[in-house]
Design a protein around this ligand. Structure first.
Ligand code: ADE
Length: 225
């Protein structure tokens, strides 16, 4: 998989790709991530990429021309399955979207900034819009990093134990059951005996029960359908 990220702050988004599972996925060549500084495509030598909004109002808007130049250049080099815009006024990211995107070959992620982008970018160039939650960030970069993390860990071969992504919270519309490790007792707090019993069918049953119990309590909306 190849991910091209278009941003006005490449430095802001790079570090999550330099650690842990995501770094290993890049090192193993299971994913390539490229950062494109929108200012490289600016209209003048001062790096102009934004302007005041028509009709007045606070905040600058990213102009269509630099974004179009950048996306057009990338599209000349390869076909893209999705061109995603990170913005709070979009459907919220969920596990199903992450699963679907993890199967794509090439995606572009455009990070919004300031007041957002000229609507014509969204109408003409973008194929999918994603929010990471009902709150406003200073830009789309952190959202793009969250999206990439959620997607990259699902690419086959990225997680050592192939089954571990399948047992994540949300994969079956359930939250994960609680987990325990050594010591089996700490300050009088005991790990559930069933988990130490070695009876794997019973353990599985217990985990399913706990997952359902937790979901009912914390996220009953996941069970609505
Ligand atoms: N940009 C600003 N806020 C955002 C959000 N909640 N999700 C995605 N991109 C954003």
């Amino acid at each position: 998989m190849r991910i091209d990220i278009i941003t006005v702050s490449p430095e802001l988004i790079k570090s999550p790709f330099e650690y842990s599972i995501i770094k290993r996925a890049i090192d193993k060549k299971l994913v390539e991530v490229h950062f494109h500084d929108l200012r490289t495509y600016a209209l003048n030598d001062y790096g102009k990429i934004d302007d005041y909004q028509f009709g007045g109002g606070a905040g600058m808007v990213l102009m269509i021309e630099p974004i179009d130049k950048c996306i057009s250049k990338l599209k000349l080099e390869r076909n893209y399955d999705e061109i995603i815009y990170m913005t709070p006024d979009a459907p919220t990211l969920n596990q199903q979207t992450a699963n679907t995107l993890s199967l794509k070959e090439n995606i572009i992620i455009l990070c919004g900034h300031y007041k957002g982008v000229d609507q014509r970018v969204r109408d003409m160039l973008i194929t999918k819009e994603i929010s990471i939650g009902d709150y406003v960030l200073s830009g789309g970069e952190l959202g793009a990093a969250v999206l990439c993390d959620a997607v990259i860990r699902l690419i086959p071969g990225v997680l050592g134990d192939e089954t571990s992504a399948l047992t994540d919270s949300f994969q079956d519309d359930l939250l994960s059951p609680p987990v325990y490790t050594r010591p089996s007792e700490y300050k009088g707090l005991k790990a559930p005996e069933i988990l130490l019993s070695g009876n794997f069918p019973k353990i599985e049953e217990w985990r399913n029960e706990k997952a359902l119990e937790r979901t009912k309590k914390i996220r009953p909306d996941l069970l609505e359908d």
